[in-house]
Design a protein around this ligand. Structure first.
Ligand code: PLP
Length: 433
């Protein structure tokens, strides 16, 4: 046995630097979290050595006695975490990521070239929900299927359910996808179910961002209405990087749906499952089922509300004016800044955020806002009072960006942002300015 430091000091050094960055910086990326030591231990385990194509008790390789036990336990915990009856719901725990889970779900539910509808990317939807641009079909979900985005209403920035119903009446999708990457409000699944039933479409929810909050019963429950639910496991759920696909078992042709989902994951879209990840998902889900996680989820939302309220009290504009979940969309256009500038300035300050399109942006390439999330800071045990301090830092970062733009001239800020690629260079750049 030799340690990583002995075999590969270069990689060890990079991991150490990233550890330092994560421990000392303020992580506000809404799609990230800090998973537990126990989850990381399972993820870095010997289970990475094993091949186990297939499903428990039906593998293409020998030696899977313990792997079968593992996958069965992980499935059980996944259903428990979301309070699901195993007679009514099943789950596939093998997807490598959220994108793979989504493509496998599409493969299971519809045929190549069938029609689907998802929330448009500029309105908060995800790439895998059928995204394409005028120039290019960018993602497998628009290359292999015909897709039409639905939207948020410009006045309220809330999902336009009436518009969706009208579009669906004409477009006749075989699948409607709900769920988002940048939508600060909750979803009306019962309304979506009415629309999908009327048009004879499947209803799928991608709860990647909010699954931890849904498991803690802090948001509306998509399982009451949807046929299939996908999620990543590494966002509010606080597990390793992976995906899950839940499917109904109480439909007329339920056995068929179960087989379609399982076949779509393997062999249609993937090969051997990552058993180390499945163990880590199981460990994370055990934690999700404990009472502390409910308190965590409540705190994530309370912190996001405090973040929103504090930014509003500083006079800033937020999309929809606030939040119901873990994320806040901050529209920087009224103060004349772009998301990418503020992202870069925050990077130099050890605050990690991401630029994001806001409603009405002329171009998705130059997003006018930033997206903030409270999942990771809440995992560091931050409460409302801490978040007010963080909001104060963000206020100062934005004011600094404005100052750089105004006082030093926008060209200087542009040059500074372009030239300074490391935190150290950033600090020096600040000092010069
Ligand atoms: N679905 C949604 C709603 C997401 O926000 C994301 C990622 O951010 C994904 C799917 C894709 O997940 P992954 O990055 O694990 O492929």
């Amino acid at each position: 046995y030799k340690s990583l430091a002995e075999i590969d000091p270069e990689i060890k050094n990079i991991i150490d630097k990233e550890t330092w960055r994560q421990y000392t910086g303020l992580e506000l990326i809404a799609s990230e979290n800090l998973t537990s030591q126990a989850t990381m231990e399972a993820n870095g385990s010997i289970l990475t050595n094993k091949y186990s194509e297939g499903l428990p008790n039906a593998r293409y390789y020998g030696g899977n006695e313990y792997i079968d036990e593992l996958e069965i336990l992980c499935r059980k915990r996944a259903l428990q975490a979301f309070n699901l009856d195993p007679a009514k719901w099943g789950v596939n725990v093998q997807p490598y990521s959220g994108s793979t889970a989504n493509f496998a779900a599409l493969t299971a539910l519809i045929q190549p070239n069938d029609r689907l509808m998802g929330l448009g990317l500029p309105d908060g939807g995800h790439l895998t929900h059928g995204y394409y641009t005028a120039k290019k079909k960018m993602t497998a979900s628009s290359i292999y299927f015909q897709s039409l985005p639905y939207a948020i209403t410009p006045e309220t920035n809330l999902i336009d359910y009436t518009g969706l119903a009208n579009q669906a009446k004409i477009f006749k999708p075989r699948l409607i996808i709900c769920g988002a990457s940048a939508y600060p409000r909750d979803w009306d699944y019962s309304e979506l179910k009415k629309i999908s039933t009327k048009e004879g479409a499947w209803l799928m929810a991608d709860i990647a961002h909010t699954s931890g909050l849904i498991a803690a019963q802090e948001l509306n429950n998509p399982f009451e209405y949807c046929d299939v639910v996908t999620t990543t496991t590494h966002k509010t759920l606080r597990g390793p990087r992976a995906g899950l696909i839940f499917f109904r078992k109480d439909l007329e042709n339920a056995a068929d749906l179960e087989k379609r989902v399982n076949d779509a994951v393997f062999p249609a879209c993937q090969g051997g499952p990552h058993n180390n990840t499945i163990a880590a998902i199981a460990t994370a889900l055990l934690q999700v089922s404990q009472p502390e996680f409910k308190l965590y989820a409540k705190q994530v939302i309370a912190n996001a509300r405090t973040l929103a309220d504090t930014l509003v009290s500083h006079g800033y504009r937020l999309q929809t004016g606030g939040t119901d979940n873990h994320l806040v969309l901050w529209d920087l256009r009224p103060i004349g800044l772009t998301g990418s500038k503020v992202e870069k300035v925050c990077d130099f300050l050890g605050i990690t955020i991401n630029k994001n399109a806001v409603s009405g942006d002329a171009s998705a390439q130059v997003p006018g806002g930033i997206r903030l999330g409270t999942s990771a800071l809440t995992s560091r045990d931050m409460k409302e009072e801490d978040i007010k301090v963080v909001a104060g830092f963000l206020h100062r970062a934005v004011q600094l960006s404005l100052l750089l733009q105004k006082e030093a001239g926008s060209k200087l800020l542009k040059d500074f942002v372009r030239v300074a690629t490391t935190q150290e260079e950033g600090k020096q750049g600040f000092a010069q300015v």
